[in-house]
Every structure is written in C-alpha cells, then in structure tokens.
Write a protein that binds this ligand. Structure first.
Ligand code: KG4
Ligand code: ZN
Length: 358
C-alpha cells in the first residue's frame, strides 16, 4: 500500500536513525525550520557502537526528538506534508525504529512517504547551506561505514568512481584511535591529538598510491585502509613493548599526526585524480570524516585553481535528519512515493548509481 496524499511543497519531516544519532528535521520549502540531533553517548565506554544499545536508545528518544523538531519549526503533526526516512544502509535494528515510526506517522495522517539512502543524503547535505549548489560535481563521501568517490552529473544520477576495498576511513580512525589509547569516536580524538604533533617522525604507508595504479585500472580511484590501520597498530604495539605506555603517550601526537597525514594524502590524491578524470570544477564533501579541518584545508589548497571545494557545516556533515528531509523533498516534488511495505535494508541500494566503466 502506498501512503497516499498530495504533496504541495509544504513542511517535510525527515527522520534519521541509521547509526547512533537520533535525529528529526523539518524543512519548509528549502528552509531548515527545525532540526534536532541527539547523539548517543552510551557507546563511549564500549569503544564502538553497540547495535542493540543504539536501537533501544532510538526507541526511547524518537518521540521526543520529533516533537522538539516540530515545535522548533512552529508546526504541528498535521502541518507535515510529506515524510522522508533513512531506509538504509545502516544498523538494521536502528533503521527499523526510524522507519516504522515514519511509516506509522505517514499512514495515520495520510501523508506520502519516501525512503532515503543514507549516503545519498550526505551528498544532498551540501545543498542545505548552499541552495544554488548544483551538479555536476565530484563527491567525496567519508564516514564510519563508507568511503566513496562519486561523479554526480545531476541530482539522482551518480557514477561510482571508487570505493574502499576493506575498512571505511572513519572506521580506520576509530580503530587506530583505540590502539593509540584514545577515546571513541576516534576521528575527533586523532585530529585533536595531531595538533600537538608533526607527521614524518614515524612513517606509515599511503595505500594504493603506487605508480601501478593507472587510469583505467580500478585501483586508480579505489581505497584501502586496513593495511594502514594494521601498520599503525603495530607501531603503537612496538612503542609500548619497548617503552611501556608512557612511551606511547609521549609519542602519540606524532603518531596521530602521521596517521592523519597518511589518510589525507590518499584522500586528496584520489580526489584530485577524480577531478582530472571527470573535468568537474566542483567537489563536495560528506560524512563524519569530512568534519576534519586538516582534510578540508588540504583539499582547498591542493585543488585551488582547479576545483572549488564545498563542505557542509560540521553539524550537517555528520549524521543528521536535515539531509534526509532534503532528499525527500526533491523526490516528493518529482512525484516519487514509497510503499508502506518499504523495509529497512542494511545494504539498501544507492539509487541512480552506476558503476564506472573502465
Ligand atoms: O557520517 P558519520 O557521522 O556516521 C556514519 O554514517 O558512519 O561518520 C562517523 C565517523 C566516525 O568514524 C568518526 O570517527 C568520524 O566520522 N569523524 C572524524 C571526525 N569527526 C568525526 N574523522 C576524522 N576527523 C574528524 N574530525
Ligand atoms: Zn553518515
């Protein structure tokens, strides 16, 4: 059954529960009128996200989070004209909470519903603070679960240029931070620690930047972070075994700086290759790792004169429902509707994505 109802570009409610942020947003036209993001800190002591805890926390928080977003926007449930919800990818239990909530809401009020792909939403986040921003562009998506380079020729039309063959870049930040004895999430911890250090004192590999990675070879734009992660862990282990944890703590700023530099060298090089290959003069960023200031600065510097780099404000770069509402509004305006049998899917296919033909 399709959640029926006309859509007249009235307020759109967006819901995001794919990982550990419970978030709801209200877009009125292109304007973000209400937005609440509740980050779950219950995972910190486990050093990673515990799926069952995430799902239960979403369940406890979602009514309240939606209620707050509506009141911030100054609208009531009946004013909502359409609903968008992340249907995947993500943690199944976590996704189900948001999806079922959204389905119930859409059904009860007779409003149209649209399922949204989480990573496509990270691309759209760029248009929230820059309404004139339009494809074509290269998108570098760097999160805890994904690392992708896309060529977007139009909204909803993407070519996959490259992706990770093993760990996502955010996952590597989180795991390496743990081996360095830093907290969770690891990305911000490594960035902070690296400010007091300098790269080069220790040497880590820059995976998949070798001369054999040529245009036409899929390795040219693909990524791999698991070897780098292991190399960083081995280095930390060596320092601890020769000088105890004090030696590790003393070396940590330089270790963090070298790890961050290695990751950024790879991301910047591959993004520049993607720009050269596609001829795009614009690059957009998305995903939690794109909050990294050093990454933003290096991309800006090294692409200056070639491409303009756009990154969403930090709050919109990480997981949030505003980006979900933004995709939903586009799709609702295009006449798209999801059926009420829409299911959460941890491997939800990226709509409009075609593989790069080499
Ligand atoms: O997009 P996101 O909020 O959630 C997913 O969809 O995965 O990304 C979360 C990831 C985590 O791995 C976190 O460590 C990383 O983004 N992250 C960062 C920074 N802030 C968050 N990585 C590097 N530098 C940062 N400043
Ligand atoms: Zn995300």
């Amino acid at each position: 059954m399709i959640a029926t109802g006309e859509f007249a570009d009235g307020p759109v409610l967006g819901i995001e529960t794919s990982c550990d942020e419970t978030s709801a947003a209200v877009l009125i036209g292109p304007r973000l009128a209400g937005h609440v993001i509740l980050s779950q800190d219950a995972h910190e002591r486990f050093g990673g996200i515990v799926p069952e805890i995430a799902a239960r926390a979403h369940l406890r928080q979602i009514d309240h989070v939606v209620g707050e977003a509506l009141s911030e926007a100054g609208v009531g449930p009946r004013d909502i004209d359409g609903v968008g919800v992340t249907a995947g990818p993500g943690l199944i239990g976590a996704l189900l909470v948001g999806l079922n909530w959204a389905k119930g809401f859409a059904y009860a009020l007779g409003r149209p519903l649209v399922g949204v792909h989480h990573m496509e939403a990270h691309v759209y986040a760029n248009s929230l603070d820059a309404p004139g921003l339009e494809p074509p562009f290269v998108a570098l998506l760097v999160s805890g679960g994904h690392t992708m380079l896309l060529h977007s020729r139009a909204w909803g039309d993407y070519i996959l240029l490259g992706e990770t063959r093993d760990d996502a870049v955010g996952e590597a930040f989180d795991k390496v931070a743990r081996t360095f004895g830093l907290g969770f999430p690891g990305g911000p911890e490594i960035e902070r620690t690296a400010r007091d250090g300098r790269p080069g004192r220790f040497r880590l590999p820059r995976p998949m930047l070798t001369s054999t990675d040529l245009p036409g070879d899929s390795a040219y734009l693909d990524f791999s972070f698991s070897g780098l992660k292991t190399a960083a862990a081995l280095l930390a282990g060596e320092l601890t075994s020769t000088g105890g944890s004090e030696r590790l703590v003393q070396a940590r700023p330089d270790l963090a700086a070298e790890f961050q530099e290695a990751v950024i060298d790879v991301l910047v090089t591959k993004t520049r290759r993607a720009v050269d290959l596609t001829g795009c003069n614009r690059v957009v960023l998305g995903g939690g790792v794109s909050r990294n200031q050093h990454l933003r600065e290096r991309l800006n510097t090294e692409l200056s004169g070639t491409a303009e780099v756009h990154a969403p404000p930090p709050r919109l770069a990480t997981d949030n429902a505003a980006m979900v509402a933004c995709v939903a509004r586009h799709r609702l305006l295009a006449g798209e509707r999801s059926s009420l049998s829409l299911n959460a899917d941890p491997a939800y296919p990226f709509p409009g994505l075609t593989p790069h033909l080499t």
